[in-house]
Design a protein around this ligand. Sequence first.
Ligand SMILES: [Ca+2]
Length: 284
Amino acid sequence: MRILFLSVLIILLIFATSLIPVNANEFTFSTSGDGSAGWTTEEVYRGSYSAKLNSGTGNGASAGKVSMSINWPLSSITSLSFWYRISSSSTAIPLAEMNAWPLYAREGVTFPFTADGYFSPYFIITIDVSGVTHYIISQQWAEQSAELDKWIEWKISDNALPFGGFDPTEALWHDELWTDDPVTGGAGSWPGGWEPLSFFKTTYAGSTIVSIGMAVGWWAVNEPQIVYVDSLTINGIGYDTDPNYVGGIYAPMNKLNILVPYVALIGLIGVFSTILVIRKWRKS
Ligand SMILES: [Ca+2]
């Protein structure tokens, strides 16, 4: 009887362990040109690490990116955010250049700018459309020097100043093809190939997200831009940007999900022990 009890315990333990989503969504780094990306403890928003990204100096041919692999329909995305901190070791973008890009000024900030600036990191959503890879890329925000070395949240609900006859109500995106460009993508499009995420949900209906990443680089501005990135949140569920973290532990619902196997195990052990006690009692 004891051997049977032990065997059942071991089987239950293996079963419970297999359900625990440890490292379910690991972050990976990628770079191009002289860009760089990796874990750091220099500045941390949550947990023990953040991702430090350096755009490099390739003037459009370098970048640093941190991304998390997921396998969700693009249509399921309702909200996205992450926290960033622009390092004062970044190279300043001259004021005149900053003011040439009103698209990158958030609604509510004082524009034209009055100081040199820097570019925030931005999202890259990599999707699969029937075996073909596409990239949906968000706005970066221009931050002035007073915002250096501060943690700032990039969130989809932030929107750019009115531009080109349009008044955005949320952050805008483009894809790598700029297929929504008025020149190539047809009438009714926003200027310069920018669109709300809903446009790409329609354009790429039925597509699956391969990864969600945050990046700096692949742009033609004064470089390097050096940033810290932490605490990715998708549809309200936080994925701490840390090595060896447990997926989604910052959402109350996910905390419960992680506990489910343990609760089930304890429950089963309890039931099994009760049966043993009853059997022993009936024998005696
Ligand atoms: Ca972190």
